[in-house]
Ligand binder design. Structure first.
Ligand code: FNR
Length: 384
């Protein structure tokens, strides 16, 4: 469809690659919004390593395999009990009001229209219930577990009631990483009360505010300070995954895992999945590239849990490579956020569509009839 739209020589309105979207966003979005999205921790070498890691694996396409015609190719997967048309979900991204109004509604709708999944951030700019109402059946809720357990429990219960199909507990953010680009612009969106819609609408959180919550600048400042006081949570352990299971019937994935021992520990504690991720290099600078962590984690959890990967997915070959190294699905991050900033829902959907189309073609041209056929024999290690 994307190819055919070019038959008349028409040029697409947006770039056809993730790099092109990023470049256009760098000159179109406000400096603050672009720095917030593009920025990573400190020297940003983990962010660079996330991309470079993919180049050390080459796909070895197979020929004349009589593989399925394009419309018979089976990209579908089931992850954490959720059936997806392709092994892709949008990664949870917070504070999207910096980029676009009603951002989470746009992304939830776009992902649903494409039959893929979306993961809603705790730090969303739209309350869970509103996003759940438009995001279809395949959305999950990402939990930043605040230091107040009753608020955490309330968020999880609201997500389940709003229709989330899984909880993704982010483990790599007990506090924010060192992000120089935001610091240099004096722009710390979290401290400015952005991305806290889920707290402001939470009855338990509101009960923690001193005095009656009202709509004044002072009350807002008090809410932000209360939120800041409970955001960081350095106390979590694998046993808390077991506790989380008591709060919800939904399957739980733990995001931010890169060590096989941590993967084993959370699966033993009851997680149904792990997301191999270093938060796009935004937390521990110098950390291992997510892709390099994938195969050992996948081997550690074996058949006991589903494995997802994010941090560095930029094109179809990246999805194929991640699946060959043991992922069941990937989360797609920054590129769709650029698309959203450039052209709202249509832009986010465009970013998702070009990834899916690229993956579909790459899969077929490499000799596979479906994602179930992909394994490590599809790859050869190359020195990078
Ligand atoms: C994130 N990420 C993130 N993760 C999470 O669990 N909750 C969140 O609220 C956010 N917010 C967020 C904001 C922005 C601007 C970015 C870029 C990232 C991390 C995200 O889910 C994912 O792990 C990374 O985006 C993956 O890296 P790449 O592929 O985008 O580079």
């Amino acid at each position: 469809e994307i190819y055919l739209s070019g038959v008349g020589g028409a040029r697409p309105e947006l770039p056809m690659t993730a790099a092109g979207l990023e470049e256009l966003a760098s000159t179109t979005l406000s400096p603050e919004a672009f720095a917030y999205i593009a920025g990573s921790a400190s020297s940003e070498r983990t962010a660079a390593a996330n991309l470079a890691a993919f180049e050390r694996h080459a796909i070895v396409p197979r020929m004349l395999r009589g593989t399925a015609a394009p419309d018979a190719r089976d990209l579908s997967v089931e992850v954490l009990g959720t059936r997806l048309a392709a092994p892709v979900l949008t990664a949870p991204v917070g504070v999207l009001e910096l980029v676009h109004e009603n951002a989470e509604l746009a992304v939830g709708e776009a992902a649903d229209e494409l039959g893929i999944g979306s993961v809603l951030s705790t730090a969303s700019s739209t309350p869970i219930e509103q996003v759940g109402a438009v995001s279809g059946e395949n959305w999950w809720y990402q939990l930043y577990w605040p230091s107040d357990d009753e608020v955490a429990q309330s968020l999880v219960r609201r997500a389940e009631a709003a229709g989330a199909k899984a909880i993704v507990l982010t483990a790599d953010t007990p506090g924010m990483g060192w992000r120089p680009r935001d610091l240099e612009l004096g722009h710390l969106p979290f401290l400015q009360g952005k991305g806290i819609a889920n707290y402001l609408t939470d009855p338990v959180f509101r009960s923690r505010l001193p005095g009656a919550p009202e709509d004044s600048a002072e009350a807002m400042q008090m809410a932000v300070l209360t939120w800041v006081s409970m955001f960081g949570n350095h106390t979590l352990r694998p046993a808390d995954v077991t506790r989380l299971r008591e709060w919800t019937d939904l399957p739980i994935a733990v995001k931010g895992i890169v060590h096989p021992d941590d993967a084993r520990a959370v699966v033993d504690a009851g997680a149904a999945g792990v997301v191999v991720s270093n938060h796009g290099g935004r937390q521990v600078d110098g950390a291992i590239a997510a892709l390099d962590a994938l195969a050992p984690v996948a081997a550690a959890v074996g058949d006991h849990a589903d494995v997802l990967l994010d941090s560095g997915i930029r094109c179809g070959a990246d999805v194929l490579t991640a699946l060959a190294l043991g992922a069941d699905a990937v989360l797609y991050g920054r590129p769709w956020v650029y698309g959203l900033g450039l052209a709202g829902k249509a832009g986010a959907k465009h970013a998702l569509r070009i990834l899916l189309a690229d993956f579909d073609l790459t899969l077929g041209l490499a000799g596979f009839a479906g994602v179930a056929e992909i394994d490590t024999s599809a790859l050869r290690a190359v020195s990078g």
